[in-house]
Design a protein around this ligand. Sequence first.
Ligand SMILES: Cc1cc2nc3c(=O)[nH]c(=O)nc-3n(C[C@H](O)[C@H](O)[C@H](O)COP(=O)(O)O)c2cc1C
Ligand SMILES: [Mn+2]
Length: 489
Amino acid sequence: MAALDLRGWIDDLEERNDLKRVKAEVDWDEEIGAITREISSQFGPALLFENIKGHRDTPCRRLFTNGTGTKERVCRILGVSEKNTYRELVAIFKERFSKPLKPVTVSSGPVKENIIKKDAVDLFQFPVPKWNPHDGGRYIMTSASVVTRDPDNGVLNAGTYRGMIAQKNTIGVLLAMTQGWGKHFSNYIKRGQEMPVAVVIGWDQALFMSASTPVNHPEYELAGSLRGAPVELVKCETSDLMVPASAEIVLEGFVSADPKTFEPEGPFSEYPGYYAGRKTPKHAIRVECITHRNDPIFHGCLTGSSPGRTNEGTTWTPATFSAMAWQYLEEAGVPNVTGVWRGKWPELLRVQIRKSHRGHAQQVANALWGCHLANYAGKHLIVVDDDIDIHDWEAIEWALCYRINAGLGDISTFPGTSGSMLDPSVPSAERDSVKYGHGKWTRVLLDATINWELEPQDQYGGNRYPPLGTAISPEMKETLKRRWKEYGF
Ligand SMILES: Cc1cc2nc3c(=O)[nH]c(=O)nc-3n(C[C@H](O)[C@H](O)[C@H](O)COP(=O)(O)O)c2cc1C
Ligand SMILES: [Mn+2]
């Protein structure tokens, strides 16, 4: 059974000896981030820091991180066997993401135990790390779920978006107009209104997972589906937004489109494994109210991974993104998709198809590049036939070598598309969230399926490709089996 809130999850981890309470005094300034980076890269335990410099007497004293840092923990959150492979986890996420579970409303909950308003709001009371040496400041929004409501149709969205403390009541954020809250923001701008937001810090990890995945249903409904129990929500104090009743901390605030309200944000160690963004004025959340549990636990996470280095999201974002990409392809009507896999970084997606028509791989590219998942994924797309194992890089490499002929149109590029603001291969002037709404990518399709312009050949039994030259005939296999010892092996 999945844990129902952050404390339930911490108890579960502790029972299984999968939690480390760090009682030594640690500094929020780089030290927490460095310890977490080491432990996370070793796929070590979840961490609860209990003695943070300067925070022994603040209302919030403790910080939890790395809660999703192993595949086994991810399985546990889903309530499935820890032995599941990533291929199986993609199928499990795909199934859960297709079955949204409506949240329920309750009148109150522990998140309302403390209510802090207006001038009493002071974000520096939370043990927020400066996670990495060159971060622009203390990033309070890393694993937080940012809740907004579409003013046109009332639907709630929850997304994981980064945000850095600017003043005691303001947070500079990276607001991409292509993301869930960006779409809502453009509807508030149209009405000339500020956008109410609620930042949920510390709850069931199922919400962290659904809010960090470009899903196609409201995240609360999918968090409910992932954990197998509906999310219980209470109303905010300053807006009609809804938040989990047993969340640790909720920051309620507003975002304005007026550049006079902007605050400095960036840089931050980002998912590509590089710092991204310059310290420039960006949209800001003006926090007007904080509600929190008694003795609240702050929740944050590292981001960024490079070869040999990881963060907790690396254990599940490949599976959640693959599951969603597969689902979007099915919704778009692309037939015979037999596998999807994303590795550590979202830029490269691999899709396996049972090819049924010329242009099938191009259809995959069109559908993926046009869906919500493409905002931060699929700059490069590799499509292979169903005899190539997409979880096996050697098999992919072989397909890239012998099933691609650029001269026959197997490589296509699509310039001028919207894409990640955080990709260092794009000139920084081209990825200004305030000016352009998002970044800019030239996308590439590597169609590594057998090209159907190649005519079937009689000499190959009517196939387009020759037989595998490394195969041994069944008759000879029998002979070898019979004589193997005789050969002296
Ligand atoms: C730790 C972490 C930080 C993230 N920060 C941002 C961010 O600052 N801006 C952004 O647009 N997406 C960010 N993302 C990616 C989004 O969470 C992801 O695209 C998700 O789909 C957003 O929800 P939405 O689809 O409802 O917009 C982050 C993801 C993670 C795991
Ligand atoms: Mn969304």
